[in-house]
Design a protein around this ligand. Structure first.
Ligand code: ZN
Length: 426
């Protein structure tokens, strides 16, 4: 082989290899660039902040869900603040690209604010209408499409529960997001200094007058007058803390009534009514508990009418998105329901000795105002304003005194039975 041949061979190979080598060089260069970018991302993080791109909130005065969408996974940290009750969520390396008009407060949330708090951190602050508890804070990967979402569930609670969560937070100073943390919220030494608490709910009020009797008696006035008498009787025993959802002629949404009951940490919730029925001959008191399926068509019709109360103030009942509605259909806890049933039973027994009851005086239907998941709740129809005799009775102080006495006795029996059950750990 001559020199030319060798030269040709070498250069020939090189000529063919040159494009391959160049391609290889490009691949390495690209890989290095990607690695540098990844290192920058993983490092300071200041290069590409996580962006919060969408904010949604739905619910009512009892429960609210907030969902914030992010382009990448956020790492939230949260804590509670008092006066007013607030939930603060800190989001490191996050930029809030939200539309301020989406942040309108709603239901249990009375205010929403956000802003930068230095070092690339953003802060989201939800102010509560009253005390609340954090049920859950989750970061979830979006099933469809890219990105992540932060889902925050809060529900109305008592000051005791809020304070217990604050105390718990002080013990675990590094309040990082975790379901364990959520599970601990609201569990504290709650029983200290708590007396059996009754929340009385005079039905209707303000623009919602409720039923009207043939002689002009208006339901909202009867319910308030009776609830005040009952409150005074209960308070006089010195055994209970008693609160009213309203103590004036004001309109209250149904969920607001439930929120107030939870705020006071009610052990028992009694909604007081005196409605009308198309059959004028029907009279007597009725005790209602909540159920998905109404006990009879009259109970169903009554619950439908009562549930329309919110529309009196011209408030539309919004169709919430499914994701949000799911949390609102709270199954009443089995234990709460059995307590409600047991109180209704006791109450019917006590009322039967003093005032007239209708046939089958314990009935049930889907009353919205009875839907606190953790508070035994009943709705008492004192009588029917559609019946002239019942209307006269409701205005009679001695009849009202007897009815209030019976309810007070029923509460005493219920409270002591519950205390005994708690003592024995049953
Ligand atoms: Zn009513």
């Amino acid at each position: 082989m001559g020199l030319k041949t060798i030269v040709d061979k070498v250069f020939g190979t090189c000529r063919r290899a040159a494009p391959c080598l160049f391609a290889l060089f490009l691949v390495f260069a690209c890989m290095a660039a990607v690695q540098r970018a990844q290192a920058a991302d993983a490092g300071a993080g200041a290069v590409q902040p996580v962006r919060a791109v969408d904010y949604k909130m739905a619910g009512d005065a009892v429960k609210v869900r907030v969902v914030v969408d992010f382009d990448r996974e956020p790492i939230p940290r949260w804590f509670l603040l008092r006066s007013p009750h607030r939930l603060v969520i800190d989001l490191p390396d996050t930029q809030m690209a939200l539309d301020p008009k989406d942040l309108k407060a709603h239901g249990l949330v009375s205010g929403v604010r956000y802003g930068p708090v230095g070092e690339g951190m953003s802060r989201l602050v939800l102010a509560g209408k009253g005390p609340f508890k954090v049920d859950k804070i989750d970061v979830l990967k979006n099933r469809e499409g890219a990105g992540y979402r932060l889902a925050v569930d809060i529900s109305a609670a008592s000051d005791r529960e809020f304070d217990a969560a604050l105390a718990d937070q002080a013990l675990t100073t590094a309040s990082t997001v975790s379901t364990e943390k959520s599970a601990r919220v609201g569990k504290g030494p709650l029983s200290t200094g708590h007396r059996f608490t009754v929340v009385l709910d005079p039905g209707h009020g303000g623009v919602d007058g409720g039923a009207e009797g043939p002689n002009g008696t208006v339901e909202k006035d009867v319910t308030l007058a009776f609830a005040r008498e009952l409150r005074d009787k209960l308070t006089a025993t010195g055994k209970y803390d008693v609160f009213m959802t309203r103590d004036a002629d004001v309109f209250l949404r149904l969920d607001e009534r439930v929120r107030i009951a939870r705020q006071h940490g009610a052990d028992l919730f009694i909604s007081v009514h005196a409605d009308t029925i198309s059959l004028k001959g029907i009279r007597g008191a009725t005790v209602y508990t909540v159920s998905d399926k109404a006990s009879d068509p009259e109970a169903q019709a009554l619950a439908d009418r009562e549930n329309l109360s919110d529309q009196f103030a011209g408030m539309e009942i919004k169709d919430d998105s499914q994701e949000v509605t799911d949390i609102l259909i709270d199954l009443i806890r089995r234990e709460t329901h059995s307590f409600s049933m047991s109180f209704a039973h006791t109450l019917v027994g006590q009322l039967s000795t003093t005032v007239g009851l209708i046939n089958n005086p314990h009935r049930s239907a889907g009353f919205r105002v009875l839907k606190a998941p953790d508070i035994p709740s009943v709705l008492v129809e004192l009588g029917y304003l559609s019946n002239a005799k019942d209307e006269a009775q409701l205005a009679d102080p001695s009849w009202r005194g007897k009815a209030a006495e019976s309810i007070t006795n029923a509460i005493a029996l219920f409270a002591s039975a519950k205390a005994a059950k708690t003592d024995t750990g049953g």
